[in-house]
Design a protein. Sequence first.
Length: 370
Amino acid sequence: MPKPQEVASIKVKGKSYLNWQTVSVTRSGVELFPKFAFTAAAPAESAPDFASMKLGIGDACEVLLGGRQAVSEGRITGRQPAYDAREHGLQITGTTRSQVIARATVDHNQGEFKGYTLAQIANSVLKPYGIKFSLKGDTSDADKVFSKINVQAGESVFAFIERLCRFRNIYLLPGEGADIVGYRLKPKAGAIAELEEGRNVLAASAVFDYADAFSEIQSIGQQPGNDQTFGDASRDVTGLVKNSAVTEHAPFHFIAEMPGDQADMRMRAAHENGFNLANQINVNIKVQGWFKDQNTLWLEHIGDVVSVYSPMLFTKDRMSLAIQAVTSSQGPQGTTTDINLVLPEAYNGGGQTQSSGAQGSGGTPAGLYT
């Protein structure tokens, strides 16, 4: 009999479906919408009647791992039955109902916003879908008012919100149910767990990639002129982040996607720096089971920091890294969780920027490339 903490189920219309052959649930800070996949297969003579399983495309569902909710307000998006003379099989895939905002465009009557914050604008365009947006972590300056924002023709709800988040140095994460969260990691955030080679790590790998590292990132923009702001103050608006760990001259300067003042450009540069740092260290850790502790799944900790001790991976033995993605799975390999880790600065852009050409720190750990 399986252990209760290792039982996975899909619940549809009040009925729970168990006894799956393979299970996979993923939450990520790269792809906003959680994903799940369940498969079942059995010899033809003993296979259940998969055709009668009431799991249809578009059905609302809930996914539970070990009795704890892993996906709520889910939607089944794929159903693949198959059979031959020897075997019958079925695969069910899905995500949360919030995934609709990736393809649905902003309502035509919401083309312009004046004097609203990120959260106010996001919740306005999300309202028709019954989805809420909230801020989490270090929210300093995240509530800075946008003087004027225009929706681009054909822009999806998700693309519109993500564009605004770039100018507030905010990173989108899945929230509870179908809701979404705007997140910025607090400086010097403490580790929520310790992963240690030879103790609770089943397998690990790492990639350190210097190829695309920039010594500085600068956003270049403009802002509308008025009686208070004009000339160079309106025409030359920039934000700059420097990565002191990159010793060669490798600048990246880009034109900001929309107008903004110097504070906007500072946050835009920091956000770009965060994505650049996320590509420079990528660590994958496999652990036993789905639970971080008795009360929470690893899936619930996207964006949190963990301490990793692994002399096999790191020249300095230990690093603090942030959780970028988690996949909890079950199959022939057992019940395991794969945790993808990046530099914590990938979730706050380094925490320090300067405007109009002054030098700022990207917050990269000393000795990162040595």
